[in-house]
Design a protein around this ligand. Structure first.
Ligand SMILES: O=C(CO)[C@H](O)[C@H](O)COP(=O)(O)O
Length: 223
């Protein structure tokens, strides 16, 4: 069995009671927190004060995904606010190596995300600066979109490159992850899965997490 993680996205949760929504996913490995600024993506969610408060009440580590411009300025503040990992978008960072180092210095795991159409190849040399790579499998901005199979070859290339470093760098996918698409993403080499609708859209989110994790863990790699 492979070691796979499921990080439910609170974008699909009930924003009027986030503390309760955290308890509903107690079987998860971390909670995925989507921060959007209505500039990098056409949607607006939460910011630093809410993330800080989530960190205070959550038993799960915070996996913060920053879909914001000016991430070089704001990213380290999320690390200092208690995020276990902070993901920035390569497309939004002017100085991604410095930012990754700043995140680690501030106590978080450093993670870099790529939109579906952004190639990974220009960033391969900086893999040792990262603890996780996030490959978006939908255009960032909204939950409930369909998984983009066109990203699967990039997941395979990323898996091979990560394995080539010999470093324990996680490979996360985010968007359209269901009990069906998780099989293809896991086969291609992803090992951390963000799932919003397919967890919070069910009667029993905690059970949905366990089902998704078992499906991924039992899927053989085909890289
Ligand atoms: O980053 C995101 C959107 O930009 C969300 O995390 C993602 O879309 C999860 O939602 P779903 O599983 O419903 O696709």
């Amino acid at each position: 069995m492979r070691n796979c993680q499921i990080n439910p996205s609170i974008l699909s949760a009930d924003f009027t009671n986030l503390e309760r929504e955290l308890h509903r996913i107690h079987t998860a490995d971390a909670v995925h927190v989507d921060v959007m600024d209505n500039h990098f993506v056409p949607n607006l969610t939460i910011g630093l004060p809410v993330v800080k408060r989530l960190g205070e009440v959550s038993d799960l580590p915070l996996d913060v995904h920053l879909m914001i411009n000016d991430v070089d300025r704001w990213g380290p503040d999320y690390a200092r606010a208690g995020a276990a990992s902070v993901t920035f978008h390569a497309e939004a960072s002017a100085a991604p190596i410095k930012l990754a180092r700043d995140l680690r210095s501030a106590g978080a795991r450093a993670s870099m995300a790529l939109r579906p159409a952004t190639p990974i190849e220009p960033y391969l040399d900086m893999l040792p600066e990262l603890d996780m790579v996030l490959l978006m499998t939908v255009e960032p901005g909204f939950g409930g979109q369909a998984f983009l199979d066109i990203v699967l070859p990039k997941i395979r290339r990323a898996r091979r490159a990560i394995d080539g470093t010999g470093l324990p760098i996680a490979l996360q996918v985010d968007g359209g992850v269901t009990s069906e698409t998780i099989l293809r993403a896991a086969e291609a080499g992803a090992d951390v899965f963000v799932a919003g609708s397919s967890v919070y859209g069910t009667e029993d989110p905690a059970a949905a997490v366990v089902t998704l994790r078992n499906l991924a863990a039992q899927t053989p790699l085909s890289v």
